[in-house]
Design a binder for this molecule. Structure first.
Ligand code: SAM
Length: 217
């Protein structure tokens, strides 16, 4: 119990920090205040769970920094009932945040071990997205269209397949750049056109696959 109390306190501090960094969407902040991020960490890193930093989750991959999760989630303007595609399940933390916000989440991961681990782990916390294994740079054509698409790995280009799978009035948020740093891009589909907004730089692990980088460095 005491442990829970401590973790809740740390989560509240994290939410305050994210507010100071400019996150204003109350639904995003409330979700971050609820999801037990420490349960996504290995024992050795447990003390870092509520720092605003990315951390390794094995297989050379990372759990994204809370600010990044909050920033991407805010830019998607998630409404309860939205059908959301997440490319890059990773630890499952971002999927849990979207589920807390009332979205129906379809999440796809290219690393089989991470896919299997998270598919078994996340439902134990009560979070039940639809899990897929494969190259998410091609989207999930059989489940399209999606109201929102979030890509959580750095892409060299915006994959056309993902644009094709976005609903009218749909929003996609995707980091695009080189292997080290990317600019966050928000794309909105309106009347058959794509409106583009660009934001600050972020540093994600590379998106692999057909419309990603060909192989890990
Ligand atoms: N959203 C995750 C979270 O909340 O922990 C963080 C994702 S991590 C920064 C990027 C993930 O994208 C890695 O797990 C990596 O294996 C995955 N990935 C890379 N290329 C992919 C692809 N083409 N399709 C699906 N997943 C991919």
């Amino acid at each position: 119990m005491e442990e829970n109390y401590k973790q809740r306190g740390l989560r509240n501090k994290l939410v305050k920090k994210l507010r100071l960094k400019g996150i204003t969407d109350e639904a995003v902040l409330s979700a971050i205040g609820k999801v037990p991020r420490h349960l996504f960490f290995e024992d050795a890193l447990l003390n870092h769970a509520y720092e605003d930093k990315a951390f390794p989750i094995g297989e050379g991959q990372t759990i994204s920094q809370p600010y990044t999760v909050a920033f991407q989630s805010e830019k998607l303007s998630i409404k309860s009932g939205d059908k959301v595609l997440e490319v890059g399940t990773g630890s499952g933390y971002q999927a849990a945040i979207l589920l807390e916000m009332g979205a129906h989440v379809y999440t796809i991961e290219f690393n089989r071990k991470l896919y299997e681990t998270v598919r078994d782990f996340l439902p134990q916390l009560g979070y039940r997205p639809y899990f897929f294994y494969g190259d998410g740079s091609k989207g999930i054509p059989a489940k399209a269209p999606f109201d929102k698409i979030i890509v959580t790995a750095g892409a060299p280009i915006v994959p056309q397949a993902l644009l094709d799978q976005l609903n009218e009035n749909g929003i996609m948020i995707i980091p695009v750049g080189n292997r080290e740093t990317q600019r966050m891009i928000k794309l909105t589909k309106k009347g058959g056109k794509i409106l583009k907004e660009e934001f600050n730089q972020f540093a994600f692990v590379p998106l692999l696959g057909e419309s990603g980088w060909s192989h890990p460095k």
